[in-house]
Design a protein around this ligand. Structure first.
Ligand SMILES: Cc1ncc(COP(=O)(O)O)c(C=O)c1O
Length: 396
């Protein structure tokens, strides 16, 4: 019987020894073999970069991480999934495995700060050039392609300013020129968008966010097609990337409720946005919440759902009053990350002094406009609204 992905995520994992409904947490460095011959045979398969069903040494993973790899492989419809200790490790793994001196990478200008930093700063030390393109201008991307372009790195939507791109147009362009494609799909998750199915070579997701869902684990998932598998496997093995069995267990546990959590985040978000859109002090809501929203069509074209992460644009001559607004929220934590059970608020630094904050995606905002990113958690949205209402009075 063909199971839906929801049923698949909820099925018990039969542990043959413990008979438990969940996999055991296999913390392993040494893996034991029945004989030297068995060990050698296994090593040969690994050397030949063959896909393997168990590992020879804990650095490459254990039964718990393999279980997670298999779940994500099915969810992403991928050839293979590489797990990393943090989400960011997955971004670095893709770039460092595939790009070489002399190559250029095209990066959408709305990417997560450290993705911008690695593209701009670190790779230039290896003579790899990052060129940033405007995610709202496909012509800009087109004209920046050169003979040296190795990869197009997209984050969709941008996780601060929420631009959506026409993904199949990017794929068409890249395929015609034999350029590799990478999508940071942390916002959509593989439940709502399967990047490999629409033609991306790599689908990345920070498992730290919705996949684990409880703000207590870190991890990354880099799902790949056959074309890029060998090169990434080669680098993966030699770079020491891995995910611990404990984190893998927590992410498997989180995945059981991914669908119901996302639905609830979305329902709560719609209720909160319904309140926010009536507030005069809020100039814009960066989220595809109604058909006339800027990115609604592109969201609908590619995604089968949305979640709890969006930004609001506040118009105020006094930045200090925006800070006061954020500080006075009692039910919203102030902190990085998102995708956990809880609500969070963060004032984005639009005009900071570092070059990573002086980026195009912020240029369209006027000097008296401030972006506060909100993550709507699983609390009662009525309480969240009361909290926001009380804090709005600080905005001057
Ligand atoms: C869009 C996006 N991609 C990648 C990452 C990196 O993931 P991690 O924090 O798990 O390293 C983040 C983290 O905030 C993110 O928001």
């Amino acid at each position: 019987m063909k199971k839906s992905i929801t049923t698949f995520l909820k099925r018990p994992i039969k542990d043959s020894i413990n008979r438990s409904a969940n996999p055991s947490v296999t913390r392993a460095s040494t893996i034991l073999f029945n004989s030297m011959q068995e060990l050698h045979k296994h090593e040969q398969r690994i050397k030949a970069n063959k896909k393997i069903s168990y590992y020879s040494y804990g650095r490459y993973g254990s039964s718990t991480t393999i279980e997670l790899e298999n779940i994500l492989k099915e969810l992403e419809e991928a050839y293979h999934v590489f797990l990393t200790g943090t989400g960011f490790g997955g971004v670095a793994l893709a770039i460092m495995s595939l790009c070489r001196p002399g190559d250029e990478i095209l990066v959408s200008d709305n990417v997560y700060g450290p993705t911008k930093e690695i593209s701009e700063e670190l790779v230039s030390e290896f003579n790899i050039k990052a060129i940033f393109y405007d995610p709202e201008n496909f012509e800009d991307l087109k004209t920046k392609i050169t003979k040296k372009t190795k990869m197009i790195l997209v984050e969709n939507p941008g996780s601060n300013t929420f631009e959506f791109q026409d993904l199949s147009e990017i794929i068409k362009l890249a395929k015609g020129k034999k350029i590799l494609t990478f999508l940071d799909n942390t916002w959509g998750t593989p439940l709502y968008l399967k990047p490999l199915k629409i033609g991306f070579d790599m689908s990345f997701c920070s498992a730290t966010k919705y996949l684990s869902g409880h703000s207590d684990a870190m991890g990354g998932s880099l799902a790949v097609n056959k074309k890029v598998f060998k090169k990434i496997m080669f680098f993966y093995k030699l770079s020491g990337y891995r995910m611990s069995a404990d984190e893998a267990y927590l992410i498997i546990r989180g995945l059981r409720t991914l669908d119901v959590r996302l639905k609830q985040h979305y329902e709560n978000t719609k209720i909160v946005i319904n309140f926010l859109k009536k507030q005069k002090k809020i100039k814009e809501i960066l989220y595809p919440y109604k058909p006339s929203s800027k990115n609604y069509k592109l969201w609908k074209k590619y995604y089968s759902g949305a979640n709890g992460l969006f930004s609001i644009v506040i118009k105020s001559k006094k930045k200090s009053s925006v800070i006061k607004f954020v500080n006075s929220l009692e039910l919203f934590g102030i902190g990085y990350s998102w995708g956990g059970y809880e609500s969070l608020a963060l004032l984005q630094n639009l005009r900071g002094n570092t070059k990573y904050t002086k980026i195009r995606r912020y240029l369209r905002f006027a000097k008296d406009e401030h972006i506060v990113r909100l993550h709507i958690g699983l609390e009662d949205p009525k309480d969240l609204i009361k909290d926001i209402k009380k804090s709005l009075k600080y905005l001057k």
